[in-house]
Write a protein that binds this ligand. Sequence first.
Ligand SMILES: Cc1ncc(COP(=O)(O)O)c(C=O)c1O
Length: 439
Amino acid sequence: MRYDSITDAIGDTPLVRIDPDVHGLRNIDLYAKLEMLNPFGSLKDRAAWNMAREGLAAAQERGETVVELSSGNTAKALALIAGLHGLPFKSVTNRMRIPEIKDLLLLLGAEIEELPGRSECLDPTDTDDPLTLFHQRLNRPGSAHFHTDQYFNALNTEAHASGTGPEIIADLDGRAPDWFIACVGTAGSSTGVARALRAHDPLVSVVGLVGEKTDFIPGIRNADEVQEVGLFDPATYDTIESVSADEAIDGMVTLLRRCGLLAGPTGGAAYYGAVRHLRPLDERLTDRRSAVFIVCDRVESYLGYVRQRRPELLGRPPVKNSVATLTDTEARTATVVDVAEAQKWIAEERPLVIDLRGPFAYAALHIDGSVNIVDELFDELLRGGLPFGKRQPVLLACPVGERSARYAALLTRMGHPDVRSLAGGIVAWRDAGAPLVRD
Ligand SMILES: Cc1ncc(COP(=O)(O)O)c(C=O)c1O
């Protein structure tokens, strides 16, 4: 296999059958589309190259910087493509939560700009989100940026409608699978593949997978973030189902330990979601069917993520005090106060106010006198036991009040008698016109 450019090696990834003894489906052949075998390491190589290809020469002439709103695989692919063409690359993002990817981007020469935002994924309908404002600024004429615009660029979807989808059909001897299962980030890959498969066979059933509410699976949206924005169109999916971070890791471990696939968490989520969706259908089948799920990227960048959530998988003692160990029922036991009650409580009893958002969001606007402990760090702190005395009342705040409620429930379980969560978070506080200060 000889190529003039590494970008020629993008695509044509293998479709590999999963051993039925592992997944247990009797009438369905389940295949993994191994997108992690693209040259820059993920499914996003296709979208990045398709979005950048035509504009690179003009960007070189005008001395522009390639820029994208991404904290993961798209940024990685674009950093490599930009470098290959002698262009700088800048990644703009809310918060880089996977340190290995951040370090890799820096090693690739990327500039990283982290902005205070409310969610991991861009929400272009939220006009107050600093990331949205930045997105609008980038698209103004005269900006010295070549913005590939993955959340809106039809070339993202098209990369999969013309590449990934037709490859699946060709590898299934000219037939579309009966089910296609994929995780949803920008929605480019699931939308593009679904379009190609349905053009071939309108009866293909498409399952979109997202992370569970308030849960974090790197690279994809959670149930709160799925909305009609950018490339996402609910009509693409026959059903949208949630996978928890724990289930994604369980699926990933099966792919790693039983299937010889070095899959990352979203590959695990796709496998887990596929088997869970197909199992009850399989039992009723009398003829053979097929299903395909996508393995987006590889596991190595996520060892820290696994260490934090499931240390026992790496031979370390299991975590007792972590929000990941809360049941849904426990999570609902938190004491929640609205903005007016919180203001009164702060004035009368001076609770310790802990703001769990990222440092950029905190610096931009916060409750006067609050301390900033970003939620991952707070999680680490709690592993060692209560980090403050039981007589110290505590008010927890996060962007919209969901994470803080989980932490409040956890602290209660750990024996803290007076911890409360700010309902609606800093967004509700701001919307109520309560005072906020900036650094
Ligand atoms: C690890 C990972 N898996 C899956 C996806 C989903 O891809 P898409 O953006 O095409 O929906 C992404 C997207 O960023 C990702 O980074």
